[in-house]
Design a protein around this ligand. Structure first.
Ligand SMILES: [Zn+2]
Length: 67
């Protein structure tokens, strides 16, 4: 059950940090340009730069461990 986009958000408290480069979102929810991927039941965010770089892997539904 993987969802790549349109995740309901972190609930308003957790920091949104890119799982790849560590960039922080300016707001407490992921910007619309960020990707959200659910892997093994936990949510990972990817900034727009990383999303663009890895879009093919993301669309291929590979876990980021494969990148
Ligand atoms: Zn990033």
């Amino acid at each position: 059950m993987d969802e790549e986009t349109d995740c309901p958000g972190p609930g308003g408290t957790a920091d949104v940090v890119c799982a790849l480069c560590g960039a922080r979102a300016a707001s407490e929810s992921a910007p619309p340009t960020w990707l959200c991927s659910v892997e093994n039941g936990s949510r990972h965010y990817f900034c727009d730069d990383c999303a663009r770089t890895h879009i093919r892997a993301i669309e291929g539904r590979l876990d980021s461990a494969w990148w």
